[in-house]
Write a protein that binds this ligand. Structure first.
Ligand code: CA
Length: 220
């Protein structure tokens, strides 16, 4: 796996380089946008980690040009900016993911793994509905571009409801599809997980996405 780190701050660039090499990646560094485009046109990168604020041309433009040149690898934006508008811009320009600075190196590693796994071809469909983006390959959820961290179980619940959008899904059905055979149907398992899911999903948003319909179940 070969990674291009595009970062003008040398301290950050060399820290990322060292960390990634330790993880077994081959790493190249570009200190500005033009150098990044040049290197990407010569070498075959699996992933580009792309700082947004760069001299000469900025990360968004680099991203746009890479995709225009049919760069097929993953692009992860590294950004100090964090408004929803700017994140969406990055995704619209063809970025696969982004990290807001400062981030933990372990998180970058996880994103790189996720992005490269996605490039592998065995992708399940990403669901987009009601401002939600659900990626079953990575268990990642975004609402209006904002990432929401769910447990695998919570993700499965949400994904199941999203696939059945508009239909009230009974608790028994959820138990059947999402829990294994050891789940006890008489416990509050579904309810407890559903409450947690709702809390995470709705935090900071006006609209509640999951409704309970008495006697029928849950509906997205
Ligand atoms: Ca920078």
């Amino acid at each position: 796996m070969r990674v291009l780190v595009v970062e003008d701050e040398e301290a950050i660039a060399s820290a990322l380089e060292k960390g990634l090499i330790k993880e077994g990646y081959a790493v190249d560094i570009a200190g500005d946008g033009l150098e990044a485009i040049e290197k990407a046109s010569i070498n075959n990168y699996d992933v580009v980690c792309l700082d947004l604020n760069l001299p000469r041309i900025d990360g968004l433009e680099v991203c746009r040009r890479l995709r225009e040149d049919r760069f097929g690898g993953g692009i992860i934006m590294l950004t100090a900016r964090s408004t929803i508008k700017e994140r969406i811009e990055g995704l619209d320009m063809g970025a696969d993911d982004y990290l807001v600075k400062p981030f933990a190196f372990s998180e970058l590693k996880a994103r790189i793994r996720a992005v490269t796994r996605r490039e592998g071809g065995l992708r399940e469909p990403v669901l987009n509905t009601r401002g939600l983006e659900l990626d079953p390959n990575t268990n990642r959820v975004k609402r209006d571009g904002r990432e929401i961290h769910l447990t695998p179980k919570e993700f499965s619940l949400l994904y199941y409801l999203a696939r059945n959008e508009g239909r009230a899904v009974p608790q028994e059905e959820l138990l059947e599809h999402i829990w294994d055979e050891h789940a006890n149907p008489f416990t509050q398992t579904v309810k407890v997980h559903m409450n947690n899911l709702r809390r995470k999903l709705n935090e900071g948003f006006e609209e509640q996405l999951i409704e309970t319909i008495r006697g029928k179940g849950y509906v997205l």
